[in-house]
Design a protein around this ligand. Structure first.
Ligand SMILES: [Zn+2]
Length: 482
C-alpha cells in the first residue's frame, strides 16, 4: 500500500532500507546548520553597509524623548538590500531576510519618518477602546471620538466655504498655506547619492481662493530655515505682491500640526502684514485638525511630486522650478524664489510687547489648542482667539506692555519698522552635509557648481529629517496631548 500510494518502485525502498540497516547512511538533518548560516565576516559586512547611510534626528521624536534615528526619505530596506547586493561579492552576500534581521536588531533606525498626518487623538481613542472591556467606557470613548471627528469635519467645511466666498466676494481673500516636504538637491543617477547627505530645497506653498492659483515659494537651507518666521515671511511677501486693495478681510487656513502656525512670532509677523497693507481690516488664522487636514496645497504638492518622479537629474533650484512650473497644463503653478531680504524676524518686536499667558479674563492660554486667531487693524495690541471652531465668541489677549512711555508712532505703524533681517549672512548647513556635497561635486555640471560652493558649514548643527533646525526651533512642539 505504501509503495502504491507514493508511486515509487520496490527496488528504491529496498536499497534504502538496506543502507539504513548496514548504517552506511546516517541522519544528518539539522546538523550542518544550514548552508546560508552567516559568518562573522558577512555579518560585519552588512553592519558596515548599513552604517554607510546618512542618519537624521527628528524634532518630532525629540518631543517624545525618543532617540531613534532616521534614514533619508525614500531609503527603503529593499533599496538598501539592492545596493548591498550590487556591491558585495556573491560569496559574501546574505539573504534579504538576514539583512533585514540585522537592520532590525542591531540598529535603532527607521526608514520612514513619523508621519505628521496621523491624528494623536484618533490613535489614542483607538488604543483606549481596544484596551477596555467595559461597554459603558467604550460608548463614552465612541461619543468623544465622534465629537472629535465632527469637529474636524466642521473645520474642513468652513475652509471650503471660506474659499468659495473669496471667489465671489471682492472684499475677502482666503489663502491656504503649507510647507512641502523637503526636496533634495542635487538629484543624480549614481548610487553614491544614497550614501550622501543632500542639500534641502524648501517650498512654502500658498493657494488662493480668489483665483484658485498656487504659488510655490522656494529657498534653500543655505539661505534660511523652515520655521515659523520663514513661513510668515513668505506670506508677507505674497500678500504685498498679490492681494488686491479691494480686499478687507484676509483668512489664512493651515494645518494645526505642531506649533509652527500658532505662535506669537507668526502673529507678530501678521501684525506687520496688516501695517504693510492698510487696506486690510483684519486677518484670521484658522486651523484644520491635524491628521484630518486636506488643503488645496496637498493636491498642488501631489502634482509636483508626480512630475518629479519622472526626473532623474536635478542640479539646481532652477531645475526644480522648471519641473514645478510644468507639472500640470491646466492652472499651472507659479514659482517665486525667496531672497535674503525677504526673510524677516520678529525678535525685536517681541521686546516691544508682553507675551501674556492669560487672556483679559485671566483664562490661561494654551497655544496648541487654539482653533482660530484674529487680529485687527484698529486693535494693534490685541490678539483674539477661539479655542473651538463652533465657540460663539473670541477671547482677547492684550500684548501691550504695562509700563513704558508711548512711542511716537508714525500713523498706524508700530511693529513693521522693527522687523529685522532673519538670516543676513545666510544660514550655515551641517558640516557633515557640506563634506558630503564636496565629495560628489565632480558629478555636478560645472555651470551648477558655484551654487554649492557658496554654502558655509557648521560643525555643531544637528540634522533633522524634516529640515528643521533642531537646536533653534522657533515654535512650540506638540506634546501629544493636544
Ligand atoms: Zn483624529
Amino acid at each position: 500500500m505504501f509503495i502504491n500510494t507514493l508511486q515509487i518502485s520496490t527496488k528504491r525502498v529496498n536499497s534504502s532500507l538496506s543502507k539504513v540497516r548496514t548504517l552506511s547512511v546516517s541522519d544528518k538533518r539539522g546538523i550542518a546548520g544550514g548552508h546560508n548560516k552567516m559568518t562573522e565576516h558577512q555579518r560585519n559586512y552588512v553592519i558596515n553597509h548599513i552604517n554607510k547611510f546618512p542618519r537624521y534626528k527628528s524634532h518630532y521624536c525629540r518631543a517624545h524623548r525618543n532617540e531613534q534615528e532616521f534614514l533619508p526619505v525614500g531609503t527603503t530596506l529593499p533599496l538598501m538590500y539592492k545596493l548591498y547586493n550590487e556591491e558585495t561579492p556573491k560569496k559574501d552576500c546574505v539573504s534579504f531576510s538576514s539583512y533585514r534581521k540585522i537592520f532590525l536588531t542591531e540598529f535603532n533606525l527607521r526608514t520612514k519618518a513619523p508621519k505628521k498626518d496621523t491624528c494623536n487623538k484618533c490613535d489614542t481613542f483607538q488604543a483606549k477602546a481596544q484596551s477596555t472591556s467595559s461597554i459603558e467606557e467604550k460608548q463614552l470613548l465612541k461619543s468623544e471620538h465622534d465629537a472629535h471627528l465632527l469637529e474636524a469635519e466642521c473645520a474642513r467645511k468652513q475652509m471650503e466655504a471660506d474659499l468659495k466666498e473669496a471667489f465671489e466676494n471682492n472684499e475677502l481673500e482666503t489663502l491656504t498655506f503649507d510647507m512641502e516636504k523637503t526636496l533634495p538637491l542635487p538629484r543624480l543617477t549614481t548610487n553614491i547619492i544614497f550614501y550622501k547627505r543632500q542639500l534641502w530645497l524648501y517650498d512654502c506653498g500658498i493657494h488662493s481662493g480668489k483665483n484658485n492659483k498656487a504659488v510655490c515659494n522656494l529657498w534653500i537651507e543655505g539661505q534660511a530655515g523652515r520655521g515659523a518666521q520663514e513661513v510668515g515671511s513668505c506670506i508677507k511677501k505674497y500678500v504685498k505682491n498679490n492681494v488686491p486693495e479691494t480686499v478687507k478681510r484676509l483668512i489664512l487656513w493651515s494645518d494645526s500640526c505642531g506649533g509652527q502656525n500658532r505662535n506669537i512670532k507668526i502673529i507678530l509677523m501678521f501684525k506687520c502684514v496688516l501695517e504693510e497693507n492698510p487696506s486690510l481690516d483684519s486677518i484670521q488664522l484658522k486651523f484644520l485638525t491635524s491628521g484630518h487636514s486636506f488643503l488645496p496645497n496637498d493636491s498642488d504638492f501631489g502634482d509636483i511630486e508626480c512630475a518629479l518622479k519622472r526626473q532623474q537629474k536635478l542640479f539646481s533650484p532652477e531645475d526644480y522650478a522648471n519641473v514645478i512650473k510644468g507639472c500640470r497644463k491646466r492652472n499651472p503653478i507659479e514659482v517665486v524664489f525667496l531672497e535674503k531680504n525677504d526673510f524677516v524676524g520678529t525678535g525685536n518686536i517681541e521686546k516691544l510687547i508682553t507675551n501674556r499667558k492669560k487672556d483679559v479674563n485671566e483664562t490661561k492660554i494654551n497655544w496648541l489648542q487654539i482653533k482660530e486667531i484674529k487680529i485687527q487693524q484698529d486693535k494693534p495690541y490685541s490678539i483674539f482667539i477661539i479655542n473651538m471652531h463652533n465657540a460663539p465668541d473670541y477671547s482677547e489677549i492684550n500684548i501691550k506692555k504695562r509700563q513704558g512711555r508711548p512711542k511716537n508712532v508714525d500713523n498706524h505703524i508700530i511693529f513693521l519698522n522693527n522687523l529685522e533681517p532673519l538670516w543676513p549672512r545666510g544660514k550655515p548647513v551641517a558640516q557633515a552635509k557640506l563634506d558630503d556635497i564636496t565629495s560628489y561635486l565632480h558629478l555636478i555640471p560645472a555651470a551648477d557648481q558655484p551654487f554649492y560652493l557658496h554654502l558655509t558649514g557648521d560643525a555643531i548643527l544637528e540634522e533633522d529629517i524634516d529640515g528643521y533646525n533642531v537646536a533653534a526651533l522657533d515654535f512650540e512642539l506638540e506634546s501629544g496631548s493636544d
